[in-house]
Design a protein around this ligand. Sequence first.
Ligand SMILES: [Zn+2]
Ligand SMILES: [Zn+2]
Length: 306
Amino acid sequence: MTASPSHPETDPALTAAMAEAGLTPGRSPAPVRLPDAAPLFAGRAARLRHLAPGHSLEAWLSFLAQVADAQQAVIGAGDGGTPDRQWLPDLRALMARLDGRVPDTARPAFAALAARLDGDPADGDEGVAGIARRLMDGSAGPDDLAPAPFVVAALQTAWTRHAAGLDPATVAASATAFGCPVCGSPPAAGVIHTGMEAGGLRYLHCGLCHTAWHHVRTTCIACGEGHQLTYHALTPAAGDAAVHADTGARAEACGGCHAYLKLFLAEKVPGLDPLADDLATLALDLLVGEEGFRRINVNPLLVLAG
Ligand SMILES: [Zn+2]
Ligand SMILES: [Zn+2]
């Protein structure tokens, strides 16, 4: 918190912003917001169903809403095992819930994954575990992308259950941490809280375990430089009412290292779910990609959607 422009105990606006973000002002170590497993995936499903109608990715967003429904149903189960032991049982439970509800385009991938899980347990699990490993370390090949929505959903479920069960006092992050303080993943997106566009707090959001952590603003989270940052937004097309509303999405692009981070302004996006809104603003990724910037992280669901 040392780089923040004001001190939380003495700044009412900052205190309000932290309260809005579910944080306790003045806490030390630096604030980390663990996920609340009870409403998280239900909220995502609702958000995806709000964003889907009329969207160019409508079928995909609607399908992911069904996946989120299944995640919400499964996250309450689990035997307390560590995420690396729990994700495979979670995958089986998710597959059972999604059986018969998968759209035509995803059906072959669903059937192939189910066959691997139903086959010889050692072969099948090792094969599926290999997919998970490659998705998480960024080395996924073309054959890994079709089963990715199901495998990623299982990993998210297991890791989010784990993160939600941690004691917040045991989790700390520096104000310039790049990786998630719980699972080490790069952030999926950032969120600026709230009503303070000029001086609000920035939280980075993990796309795996859904922990959020504070990160100082106006520095590139990849290289730490702040001198060459530019902010990019989608420009609503004239006369196109469907895209006239501000999506609240900004790309914070760094001219030094040519990386960019997707940011959302919470005040402009009631009902924001960073991962759902990330998918729904793919057009912004295409825009900054054309300008020569690369995304800081790879969202396997975004790769598929494209
Ligand atoms: Zn995480
Ligand atoms: Zn940079």
